[in-house]
Design a protein around this ligand. Structure first.
Ligand code: HEC
Ligand code: HEC
Ligand code: HEC
Ligand code: HEC
Ligand code: HEC
Ligand code: HEC
Length: 395
C-alpha cells in the first residue's frame, strides 16, 4: 500500500477498485460510481497522521462493503456514542485507532493472524514480531476495583468476552453468504437485486445471497491469539463445514482464554474432485472468462486456478465454509457487561463449550451446590459490601 492512503487528511484520496492499488488519475467509472480525477498536489500538501477514516478505508470495508467481514469494525466507529464504544466515543475518550494500536516506525501493534502461533513470536511476517496491544496494556489483569470475583475470571475469560456482549450493534454485518445462488438474471438478461427493508441488499446476481444481521451475540472459543488456516491448495473434507480459519488453543493451554468470535458462514465454489477451495477469476471484460462478466464458474475456475498455479480438475462444486473473526472493538459501557447468569446457567452463552466444570451450568450436584454456594456467597458479599458502603457514605 502507498503512503497517501494512510496519510491523506483531505478524505479525497481513493483507490480505484480494479487498478491494483492505483487511484483514478483521470475521471473513471466503476459500476455506477464515478471516481473523479484526483488533485494529487492538494493531497500531498495535506498529509497528516492517520485518523479513523484512513484506517477504516480498508478495515471497515473488507469483503467488498461496509461491515461485510468484521462484525466489530465498520463506519459506525467514525463517530460512535459511548453506548457503541466506550473508547472511541466521539464525545468522551475519543480514541483514534492509533491510541491502542501504537505505531513505531510503521509497525502497527496488535495482530492476530499469524501462522504458526504468534505466542513464540514466530509470525508469518517477520517484521510483525512485536508486542501485541491488549486491554491489559492499559487496564492490567485486575481492573475490577470492587469485585474480586470478576478479577478471578481474567486468566480464563478474555476481557472482550464480558465487555462486548454483542457486535454489529449499529450497522449490520454479513453472517451468511451463499455464492452458489449467484448468476440469476431477469428475463431480459439484466442482473437482479433484492433488498431487505431493515438490513439492505440480500441478493445480487454478482454475489449471490447475503444475510445481514445486527446486534449479534458472539460465539465463544478457547483462543491463544493465533489461528490455524486452510490455505490455497490444501485438501479439504467436503462433508462438514470447511473451517477456513479456526482459533487455536484449548482449555489446558495456559495461554488460552475463552474469547468472542463472529463466525462468517457461507457457501463457496470448490474443486470437487481435487477437494480444494476454488479460486475463481471474478473481475474482467465480457469474453475474458471472468465470473462477473460471463457467469461461468467452470471458465472462471480454470483461469483463476491457473493464475494461482494450482491444479484444477474441471469439476466445480459448492461447500459450506466458516471463517472466524475475532471481536475486539465496540466495548460496551460497564453496565452492559455480561452478568453472572449469562454463563453460569444451563442455557448460557458457554453451554456448548465442554471439557471443564462451571458452577450453575454443569450437572454435578454436589459440586454444583458448592459452586452455587460460592456464587451465592459472592452475592451476599456484594450485598453486604453495598450496605456497608451505604452506611459509610451516610456518615
Ligand atoms: C498503514 C498505514 C500507513 C502507511 C501505508 C504509511 N504510514 Fe506513515 N505512519 C502511519 C502511522 C500510524 C504513523 C504514526 C502516527 C502517529 O504517531 O500518530 C505514521 C508516521 C509517519 C511519519 C512520522 C514519523 C514516524 O516515523 O513516526 C512519517 C514521516 C511517515 N509516517 C511517512 C510515511 C511514508 C513516506 C509512507 C510511504 C512510504 C508511509 N508513511 C506509509 C501509518 C502509515
Ligand atoms: C480500545 C483500544 C482499541 C481501539 C481504539 C482500536 N482497537 Fe483494534 N484491536 C484492539 C485489540 C485489543 C485488538 C486485539 C489485538 C491482539 O490480540 O493482538 C485489536 C485488533 C485489531 C485488528 C486485528 C484483529 C481483529 O480484531 O480482527 C484490527 C484489524 C484492528 N484492531 C483494527 C482497528 C482499527 C481500524 C481501529 C480504528 C477504527 C481500531 N482497531 C481501534 C484494540 C483497539
Ligand atoms: C490500504 C489498506 C489498509 C489501510 C489504510 C490500513 N490497513 Fe491495516 N491492514 C491491511 C491489510 C491488508 C492487513 C493484513 C491483513 C492480514 O494480515 O490478514 C492489515 C493488517 C492490520 C493489522 C493486523 C491484523 C492482523 O492481520 O492480525 C492491524 C492491527 C491493522 N492493520 C491496523 C491498522 C491501522 C491502525 C491502520 C491506520 C493507521 C491501518 N491498519 C490502515 C490494510 C490496511
Ligand atoms: C466474567 C466477566 C468479566 C471479565 C472476564 C472482565 N470483566 Fe470487566 N467488568 C465486568 C462487569 C460485570 C463489570 C461491571 C462491574 C460493576 O459495575 O460493578 C466490569 C467492569 C469493568 C470496568 C469498569 C471499572 C469497574 O471496576 O467497574 C473496567 C475498566 C473493566 N471491567 C475492564 C476489564 C478488563 C480490562 C478485563 C480483562 C482483563 C475485564 N474487565 C474482564 C465483567 C467482566
Ligand atoms: C490505550 C488504553 C486503553 C486500552 C488499550 C483499553 N482501554 Fe478500556 N478504558 C481506557 C480508559 C482511559 C477508560 C476510562 C477510564 C476508566 O474507566 O478506567 C477505559 C474504560 C473502559 C471501561 C469502562 C467503561 C465505562 O462504562 O465507563 C471498560 C469496560 C473498558 N475500558 C474495557 C476495555 C477492554 C475490554 C479493552 C480491550 C478490548 C480495553 N478497555 C482497552 C483505556 C484503555
Ligand atoms: C463470560 C462467562 C462468565 C461470566 C459472565 C461469569 N463467569 Fe464465572 N466462570 C466462568 C468460567 C469459564 C469459569 C471456569 C473458569 C475456570 O475453569 O477457572 C467460571 C468460574 C466461576 C467460579 C468457580 C471458580 C472460582 O473462581 O471460584 C465462580 C464461583 C464463578 N465463576 C462466579 C461468577 C460470578 C459471581 C459471576 C458474576 C459476577 C460470574 N462468575 C460471571 C465464566 C463466566
Amino acid at each position: 500500500m502507498d503512503c497517501l492512503v494512510c496519510h491523506d487528511s483531505t478524505g479525497k484520496y481513493k483507490k480505484f477498485p480494479t487498478d491494483c492499488g492505483h487511484p483514478a488519475y483521470e475521471e473513471k467509472k466503476f459500476m455506477d460510481k464515478v471516481f473523479p480525477k484526483l488533485d494529487l498536489k492538494e493531497i500531498a500538501q495535506n498529509v497528516s497522521n492517520p485518523d479513523r477514516r484512513n484506517c477504516g478505508a480498508c478495515h471497515f470495508f473488507g469483503g467488498g462493503g461496509n461491515g461485510v467481514k468484521h462484525g466489530d469494525l465498520d463506519t459506525s466507529l467514525l463517530a460512535p456514542s459511548k453506548a457503541l464504544d466506550v473508547h472511541m466515543d466521539k464525545a468522551g475518550l475519543n480514541y483514534s485507532c492509533g491510541k491502542c494500536h501504537t505505531t513505531e516506525a510503521h509497525h502497527i501493534e496488535g495482530r492476530h493472524y499469524s501462522d504458526p502461533a504468534s505466542n513464540d513470536h514466530n509470525s508469518a511476517m517477520p517484521k510483525d514480531n512485536r508486542n501485541r496491544i491488549a486491554c491489559e496494556s492499559c487496564h492490567s489483569a485486575t481492573p475490577h476495583k470492587n469485585n474480586e470475583k470478576l478479577n478471578h475470571h481474567t486468566d480464563k475469560v478474555a476481557c472482550q468476552t464480558c465487555h462486548i456482549p454483542a457486535f454489529a450493534r449499529e450497522n449490520p454485518t454479513v453472517m451468511w453468504w451463499d455464492w452458489s445462488k449467484a448468476g440469476k438474471k431477469a428475463e431480459d438478461g439484466k442482473p437482479v437485486k433484492s433488498k431487505n427493508e431493515q438490513t439492505g441488499v440480500e441478493y445480487t446476481t454478482m454475489k449471490g445471497e447475503q444475510h445481514w444481521k445486527k446486534n449479534q451475540s458472539p460465539d465463544y472459543y478457547w483462543y491463544n491469539g493465533s489461528m490455524t488456516y486452510i490455505k490455497a491448495g490444501d485438501r479439504i473434507a467436503l462433508t462438514a463445514p470447511v473451517k477456513l480459519s479456526v482459533p487455536a488453543g484449548g482449555q489446558n493451554d495456559p495461554n488460552s482464554r475463552i474469547a468472542p468470535f463472529k463466525i462468517h458462514k457461507g457457501i463457496q465454489p470448490v474443486d470437487e474432485k481435487n477437494q480444494t477451495i476454488l479460486i475463481p477469476k471474478l473481475f474482467g471484460k465480457p469474453g475474458s472468462g471472468a465470473y462477473w462478466a460471463d457467469y461461468d464458474w467452470q471458465k472462471a475456475g480454470e483461469i483463476g486456478m491457473a493464475a494461482a498455479g494450482l491444479p484444477f480438475s474441471g469439476h466445480v462444486g459448492f461447500a459450506e465454509t466458516w471463517t472466524f473473526w475475532p471481536i475486539n472493538h465496540m466495548v460496551a459501557p460497564k453496565e452492559q457487561s455480561l452478568k453472572c447468569d449469562a454463563c453460569h446457567s444451563g442455557v448460557g452463552r458457554l453451554k456448548d463449550l465442554g471439557g471443564f466444570y462451571m458452577p450453575g451450568r454443569d450437572k454435578s450436584r454436589v459440586i454444583d451446590m458448592i459452586g452455587w454456594g460460592l456464587v451465592g456467597l459472592y452475592g451476599i458479599g456484594a450485598g453486604l459490601h453495598g450496605i456497608l458502603r451505604l452506611f459509610k457514605t451516610k456518615k
